[in-house]
Design a protein around this ligand. Sequence first.
Ligand code: SF4
Length: 87
Amino acid sequence: MNPSRRNLLKMGGAALAMIPVVAVAAKNDSIRTTMRYKGSPEGDKKCADCGLFVAGASATDAGSCKVFPGDTEISPNGYCMAWAQKG
Ligand code: SF4
């Protein structure tokens, strides 16, 4: 392999290494239906204030929920019937 091709391949590998690993967002529609999840608060009750909510990267990003397996798109402003005041 000539030196310029080797360098090109090295650069390609470096470029690939710089691509961040992004978690694939997913919804668990089955449990959303069962738990009557909605993407809006119920009065002053919302996921951000629920003890089962796992916050996303920021306060406004989607997070996940301890009782919604595999669902990574829980809105901090959402609500479901399992809501429990954060302690
Ligand atoms: Fe939101 Fe319900 Fe999970 Fe609480 S239990 S974080 S209200 S989806």
